[in-house]
Design a protein around this ligand. Structure first.
Ligand SMILES: [Zn+2]
Length: 132
């Protein structure tokens, strides 16, 4: 049975792993290739799980942020599902929801306010029509 590592053990393991990669790069590459080729389906599954987990963590943080701020126009903050990031400052590089890392998304988040879906729709319509 696989033992779950504590955070400290995990960091120690990572440091040792990095050192090993530096001192024996060819051994590491060979071992990685062996692992990759041994069970490609397992590798794909683990990769998918890792990406899914990362997205999930991002979603949790983004949702907490949305609920915390609520809609800037009407104050709605019942459900994060109906709250959206509305770009109002600077230039939009990428939609916030397309990120998978909350820290990396901070540049975009700082250009946004939170609006509920209704207010966002109305605001965007008015903006496009040049009403506001
Ligand atoms: Zn609203």
């Amino acid at each position: 049975m696989k033992r779950k590592l504590t955070e400290e053990q995990r960091v120690k393991h990572m440091v040792a792993e990095r050192l090993r990669r530096k001192t024996h790069p060819e051994k590491c590459k060979a071992a990685e290739k062996k692992w990759r080729d041994k069970d490609p389906e397992k590798r794909k599954r683990l990769n998918r799980e890792r990406i899914f987990k990362k997205r999930e963590i991002f979603q949790e943080k983004a949702n907490a942020y949305k609920i915390l701020h609520g809609c800037i126009d009407c104050g709605y903050k019942e459900s994060a599902l109906a709250l959206q990031f509305d770009h109002v400052y600077g230039e939009k590089v990428k939609q916030v929801s397309l990120y998978d890392d909350w820290e990396k998304a901070q540049d975009e988040v700082s250009k946004c306010v939170i609006r509920c879906a209704n207010c966002h729709m109305i605001k965007t319509f008015k903006r496009k029509r040049g009403v506001e």
